[in-house]
Structure formats: structure tokens, C-alpha cells
Design a protein around this ligand. Sequence first.
Ligand SMILES: [Fe+2]
Ligand SMILES: [Fe+2]
Length: 395
Amino acid sequence: MSDATTNRSDEALSSLAVPPACVNAPADLDAESPAGAPAGVDPLSATPAPTEQGEWTKLQRSAVLVVDDDYGVRNTVSRFLQREGYEVLAAENLTEARDHLHNHDILVVLADITLKGGENGLEFLHEVRAARPNLDVMMMTAHSDLDYAVEALKQGAYDYLTKPFPFELLKAAVNRAVERRRYVEREAMLDLLEERRATDEENVEQFMVSLASITDAKSHFTARHSARVADLSRLLAEAMGLDDDTIARVTLGGRLHDIGKIGVSEMIIEKAGPLTRDEFEIMKRHPSIGDDLLAPIRTMQELRPMVRWHHESLDGTGYPDGLKGDLIPVEAMIVKVADIWEAITSRRPYREPMSLEVAAKTLAAEAGRRVPADMVDAFLQAIEGAPIALPIVAA
Ligand SMILES: [Fe+2]
Ligand SMILES: [Fe+2]
């Protein structure tokens, strides 16, 4: 039977040290027990002890597991630790110890090295190390077991205490082990949170890409527009010799640049002729709508300049903010070059796609006026012979 003890004040304990193994020392046992408790009876039975397995499964807090075949040691250590504020589970043999380990959240194990019936604390140490690598095991030994204690340390025991040990030593050792366990758990929790954060950020990115695809799908003429702008942005960023992070950012910026068109009517996006002034004013809102969409999302901040300013022009005639020259971020200009190329080489409801040659001349005419000349040069060199130069047209 396991003899879990309840938390209660017993001043007599505070001045006592844990006795050496005392199977044959009933006097010691009596000294640790409240006055009048008959030998062999749980001395704490005046307060109902939760001896049933079911009651312990309701434990809300982690417990220290004390494994010792000696009733006096087991009971004294358990009561002292309870006085220190720990939940304690006690076991007199490995069967009980395994049972507790299996059914409860154990904070740290205190195990005697030599147990009755040929059982060995080292055996339990192996089992714990294999099943719960983060759970620390402290061995309790008699002087004669010191070789075993050293062996236990070699085999992964956290520490050992030689009986008889003062309570202060026990307290310090358990506190240290518990602190370490909490530190390990905290680190594991932080790793888990970081993992979840990364997953959440990935999910947000996936969601935004899906939203961009939905926006493109508003018109079959723009079905792959954003995906192509992403590829062309990458081509230009690579041709400019930018670093990997910037290339990845610009590619994603290209993918999301028109996400604000989710807020523009399909009637305008699909219109087969030129837009009226009013319709164009509505269309011009899509960069700021897209920017507003990304603004509350922490991980999307670096993409906002490409979404908001991909229709700005060097000469200040662009929209929505009429930025000029160097005030327009390079990344926004890269997406703009890619966007212009994708638009002029694709079929639109109101015109046929340009050939490679005509498109190159059209883009070159914008150099230094709407987009930087060196960027146009780099793009035209990179696009020559590139597989994504022209859209794939279904047969
Ligand atoms: Fe756009
Ligand atoms: Fe676009």
C-alpha cells in the first residue's frame, strides 16, 4: 500500500534529521511519529490520507516521489517535504513507484538505492531515465552504498544524499532539482510557443496568399497575375544581386501586391473597355485597401511598402500618395517593374498581349520616368530567354 501523507504542521519534525535505514529501529520511528501512534499504523491517519489511487489522480500539482522500503525514512522525508509545500507520493517498492510514475505528474524522484526483495534503486533510475529524460532522480544511500551512489551519478542520477542527512540538505537538494525541472519545463514551453507562433505566422501567410489568389480569380484575365508578378519580382531581385531575405520578401510582396483588389468591384476589374474617371478613382484605392488589410498583422509589416506603393512613379504622378524619386522604396519599384511587364504581356478585356519585343520597348520607355533606369536595364537583360518572359497561353 502506498502511504501518501497529508500536509500538517508538526514542529517536532523541524529539529530532526532523516534517520539511517531503520527497519530494525522502532524507537526512531516513534520519534518521528505523533505521540501515541501505534507501530505499523499510519501515524497521520487522524487526518484522512488519500490512499486510494482515484484520489491521487485528482492531484492538481506535481508531486515529489519518495521511494524507500524503510517506513521511517519514507514517512519522515514525505512529511518534511509536505511541510515545505510539496505534494508527496510515497512508495515502498518499485511496483508502487512505477504505478505513481505512470499515473501522476512527478516533479522529482527521491529513491533509495537498496530496496527489499532484491529490488534496486538503480533499476528504477534506468526506467525513469528511459521514460522521462527530463525527470531528475536523486538517490538516497547508506554509507555502505557509496559505490552504488557514484555508479548512479554515472548513470544519470541528478544527486545523492547519504543517510542520515539533515533536513536542510534534503530541502536544498530537492529545491535545486525542482528549480531545474521548472527551468527545463519553462524552456520546453517557450520552444512550444515559438513553434506555435511560427505555425501561426505560416498560416497567416498562407491565408494572405489564398486571398490574393481569390482576388486574381475575380477575372479570368488576371487569374495568374499575382503569381507571375511574384516570379518576375524574384527574377529582377536576383538580377540586382540582392540578398536571399530581400529576394524572398520581394517575391511574397509581388504575390500580395494587389490583395486590396478584394475591395474593388468585379464589374470594374472585368470591364471590357477603358475605365471612367470615377471607376479609375475606385480602382486607385486598391493599394491603400491592401495596406489597411496588412497593417494589423505583425508579420506583414515589411510587405506593406510594396502593397501600398507599387503604383507610385519616380516623377510623382503615381498613386495613392504621389511619392517621388528616392522616397519610393526600392522593393516597391521592383514589384512595379514586374507588375508593368506582367500587365503588358497578358491579354486584357480591352487589348491583346504585347509581344516580347514590343513589351521590352514599352518598358524601356518608362525608364527614368516612372521606374529607375538601372532597374529596367537589369530586368530586360534578365528576362531575355527566361521561361517566365511571357505567360503560358492555354491551347
Ligand atoms: Fe496594383
Ligand atoms: Fe498588379
